[in-house]
Design a protein around this ligand. Structure first.
Ligand code: ARG
Length: 279
């Protein structure tokens, strides 16, 4: 018998893809010769927001800025743990101006924002997982930012090295299924091939029961998912992963963001989670 999973209501921050486009190439998914269907992108994004709301989650929006086509990837602009907001410093000069409108949004909402000194791409690479924060480096976020995050949040940060350019952010290779709530380690799903051998060993030690995904699932953006404890908002192409999760008592909720895959992003990239309290 599969366990019965209990969802927890989340507060998400998103940014409408009104100015979304692929105008530069800063990861292997992006090609300026492959245009984005803007109307389709808007429809897909709207469906994501409606799906979150239909499952009881709160969705806030930040106003998009013309000339910042990747602003839709709200997850990269900050990471919030127990109401503390660590802002962002982007690796690519094209994305650097995005930090400001997000910082303004948080300040308007009454949060203080700590701006990191090193390259730090928010929840793209810093994934809060209950007792610790899992942190990716190798392509974007600098190891120095992992140390800054640990100092700022006062939560242990576990540094992990990414080695495959298709999985340049930690949130393209791993997501949290269960953050451990009242003290356990919780559980995650990840694609082992995205990590260095040592980092793989670290993940095996921390999460002996993790759900291991295939490269096909990962290439379909299956690890760029959001889980509320029960529902897994998941790319429809990640079929094997959906089957595994269903067998464990999770409920896969397919949301197709294929237009955003052209920019190297999926469901989680479009979703910033505002964690106000200890879970
Ligand atoms: N084009 C964006 C970039 O390369 C996509 C970001 C996707 N976000 C994510 N959290 N993985 O920066």
């Amino acid at each position: 018998m599969a366990e019965s999973r209990v969802p927890r209501r989340r507060r998400f921050l998103v940014c409408e893809p009104r100015h979304f486009a692929v105008q530069y190439a800063i990861n292997p998914w992006m090609s300026t010769g492959r245009p984005v269907d803007v109307v389709r992108a808007l429809d897909q994004w709207q469906a994501l927001v409606e799906t979150y709301r239909a499952h009881g989650h709160t969705v806030d929006t930040v106003e998009p800025v013309p000339g910042l086509p990747d602003m839709v990837f709200a997850a990269n602009c900050a990471v919030v743990v127990e109401g503390r907001v660590l802002g962002s410093v982007f690796h690519a000069p094209e994305r650097r101006p995005e930090s400001v409108p997000f910082e303004t949004w948080f300040k308007t909402e009454g949060f203080d924002v700590h701006r990191p000194e090193s390259v730090c791409e928010g929840e793209g690479d810093l994934v809060p997982a209950g007792r610790w924060v899992l942190a990716g480096t190798g392509f974007r976020t600098a190891p120095e930012a992992h140390r800054e995050a640990q100092e700022f949040f006062g939560v242990p940060v576990v540094s992990l090295t990414l080695v495959d350019p298709y999985f340049y952010h930690l949130d393209t290779a791993l997501f949290v299924l269960d953050d451990g709530g009242k003290g356990g380690a919780g559980n995650i799903a990840y694609y082992p091939g995205a990590f260095s051998p040592g980092s793989r060993e670290v993940l095996e030690r921390l999460y002996p029961d993790a759900v291991l995904a295939t490269r096909e699932d990962a290439m379909a953006f299956g690890l760029n998912s959001v889980c509320d404890g029960r529902h897994v908002f998941l790319a429809p192409g990640a079929r094997q992963l959906a089957g595994r999760l269903a067998g464990l008592g999770y409920e896969p909720v397919p949301v197709d963001l294929s237009e955003f895959h052209k920019a190297g992003g999926g469901i989680k990239c479009c979703t910033q989670e505002i964690r106000e309290t200890r879970s």
